[in-house]
Design a protein around this ligand. Structure first.
Ligand SMILES: CC(=O)SCCNC(=O)CCNC(=O)[C@H](O)C(C)(C)COP(=O)(O)OP(=O)(O)OC[C@H]1O[C@@H](n2cnc3c(N)ncnc32)[C@H](O)[C@@H]1OP(=O)(O)O
Ligand SMILES: CC(=O)C(=O)O
Length: 541
């Protein structure tokens, strides 16, 4: 963690503006308010809220946020420079940005001569006037100005003299920050470093504004580019949570921030906030209605998941062997994955997470490992079915109570046409024995698996009333080509819930009903195990 004397790098989050330019994202006002508060709680000092004047939602956002103010962050409104040959004070966009009522504003302007002549269709001098007038006008209205030099790097590569003139114009007009944007995301780290170095040297003693970096990820180098700029003296990094943004996205603050703070020793967030990063990343993915990237550096579910037996064996001895930073520093956690790649160490570590202490030398460990590898060879995949693996371990240790025996089942399925759709109507009949008593039950379902699950739960609920709270929440089927000989098998994954917790179980068989039955039975047995563990914990407590 950065010490008090560490140099400061200011983080500027643009998830609500550039992040919303990602295909597939459409934040509501409520979403934006919630995200702004999460970023504020994380300790991000600058949060860009949107472009007021570009759409009614962004206008309303700034108004609504006044009702629910942030604790520590500056909320920033974004806008372009005035239109060519117009007066800044008459520009509707500049009026809209003032009406947003923020202390800080970000103005983007053109650095690349190509964009001036081809995009704006104006002259190079008029673009300099647009930058100067717009910033002077906003400063005269009491605003602090961040100037985003759009295409800062491409513009400098094409015409360094003109690019420098635009930056000088922004600085002379009173901009507090000059943020160099790699808008097309095409620049590589060594060119970012060289150009930042040259710009800082060229502006020399005149440099009153601070320099920032805004990197896009089209070359997959946005994190490296941002770090390269910081190492050359940039004191602000603009980016988004989870790297959301136009095309391939912006630099991912969830990667750049821990690199800056943990590895390079910069002061970015208050020292107690970095541990909120993983939950913030996942919560914002949830609000964006996008699946979190499990393999994202630092914050992904798999960022500290160890699967290979060699890795687990070493990590159990010393986590430094296969972890570049401690997962808890960013609020993530170590996970041990169970699969055919496992060794005894995976079994011992995973069993410990179930509350079962095993000794590596215990022959049961080797038996469990062998069973695991045999079953995975037949098509099981325990890394996605922790609950079935725990039942397997308990069975091997003779700690899995036999709660019932299956005597047989039958499933009948009709496909019925209802106007335009074809509906399935299934009936399952099941016979089980509990403590020597035979029970026969039938149930209907909208498919064979739900009918079977319903019939089994009906048969057992008299003996285990807690089953009434269990229900299936997900069902996945995959046909595996051939695992043993030439026979194709079906792998079924069932997710169950008791309203408070969820667990996943697995079944594999050439017959889909038999595979489903295994997964459903494991699901019920695991639910009963959870309930009885909770009861034992409560009675001890
Ligand atoms: C690099 C970036 O990410 S910048 C942010 C990009 N984000 C967005 O574009 C999302 C929000 N944008 C919008 O809602 C709309 O594009 C608006 C409201 C800004 C403008 O809409 P319209 O007036 O219909 O113009 P349109 O989108 O077709 O074209 C953009 C105009 O802005 C002008 N423009 C582009 N950059 C600048 C600039 N830095 N300063 C002044 N004008 C600019 C273009 O020359 C073009 O002008 P024209 O209308 O005279 O041809
Ligand atoms: C300003 C901005 O978003 C860019 O140049 O990428």
């Amino acid at each position: 963690m950065a010490a008090d004397s560490s140099p400061r790098v200011w983080l500027y989050d643009t998830t609500l503006r550039d992040g919303a330019q990602r295909e597939g994202i459409a934040f509501s006002i409520e979403d934006k308010i919630e995200i702004a508060h999460k970023l504020d709680a994380l300790g991000i000092p600058f949060i860009e809220g949107g472009w007021p004047g570009a759409n009614p939602k962004d206008v309303q956002f700034f108004w609504q946020l006044r009702e629910e103010p942030l604790q520590q962050a500056e909320i920033v409104a974004f806008c372009s420079t005035r239109r060519p040959h117009k007066v800044a004070a008459d520009d509707p966009m500049l009026q809209a940005i003032l009406a947003a009522g923020t202390r800080w504003v970000t103005l983007f302007g053109k650095t690349w001569d190509l964009h001036v002549t081809e995009g704006l269709k104006t002259t190079l001098d008029e673009n300099l006037a647009m930058i100067r007038d717009s910033i002077q006008y906003l400063r005269s209205q009491g605003r602090h100005v961040l100037y985003d030099a759009e295409h800062g790097f491409d513009g400098y590569k094409a015409n360094p003299e003109y690019a420098l003139q635009t930056l000088r114009a922004a600085q002379d007009a009173g901009a507090d920050w000059l943020v160099l944007c790699d808008t097309n995301g095409g620049t590589l780290p060594q060119d970012i470093a060289r150009i930042v170095r040259e710009i800082v040297a060229e502006l020399g003693r005149d440099l009153t504004a601070q320099i920032g970096i805004h990197a896009h990820n089209d070359s997959g180098t946005a994190v490296a580019n941002s770090l390269a700029a910081v190492l050359e003296g940039a004191a602000m990094v603009q980016g988004t949570i989870n790297g959301y943004g136009e095309r391939c996205g912006n630099v991912d603050l969830c990667s750049v921030l821990p690199n800056l703070q943990i590895k390079l020793g910069y002061d970015c967030l208050p020292s107690d906030r970095l541990a909120l990063l993983s939950t913030t990343s996942r919560a914002i993915a949830e609000i964006a209605n996008l699946a979190p990237d499990d393999h994202a550096p630092f914050v992904g579910q798999s960022a500290f998941a160890h699967k290979g037996g060699i890795h687990v064996s070493a990590v159990e001895r010393n986590p430094l062997t296969y972890e570049h930073v401690p997962p808890e520093a960013i609020g993530n956690q170590r996970r041990i994955v169970i699969s055919e790649q496992a060794g005894i160490s995976n079994i011992v570590a995973k069993a410990r997470s179930f509350g079962i202490q095993l000794d590596k030398k215990d022959p049961a460990c080797r038996e469990i490992l062998q069973t695991l590898k045999d079953l995975e060879h037949r098509g099981y995949q325990f890394e996605v079915a922790d609950a079935s693996f725990e039942l397997l371990v308990r069975a091997a240790l003779e700690r899995r109570p036999e709660r019932f025996q299956l005597m047989g089942f039958q499933v009948h399925c009709d496909m019925l046409r209802d106007e335009k759709t074809l509906l399935s109507d299934a009936i399952a009949t099941i016979k089980v024995a509990v403590d020597g008593e035979h029970i026969l039950e039938s149930a209907e379902g909208n498919g064979p698996v739900s009918a079977l699950d319903e019939a089994l739960r009906k048969a057992l609920v008299k003996f285990y009333p807690e089953i009434a709270s269990f229900h299936l929440t997900d069902y996945k089927v995959r046909i595996l080509d051939s695992t043993v000989g030439t026979e194709a098998v079906t792998r079924v994954l069932v997710e169950s819930s008791d309203g408070a917790r969820r667990w996943t179980t697995i079944g594999v068989s050439p017959n889909i009903l038999s595979a489903s039955y295994q997964a459903v039975v494991d699901g019920i047995e695991y639910g009963l195990l959870l309930q009885s563990s909770a009861r034992s914990a409560a009675s001890v407590g």
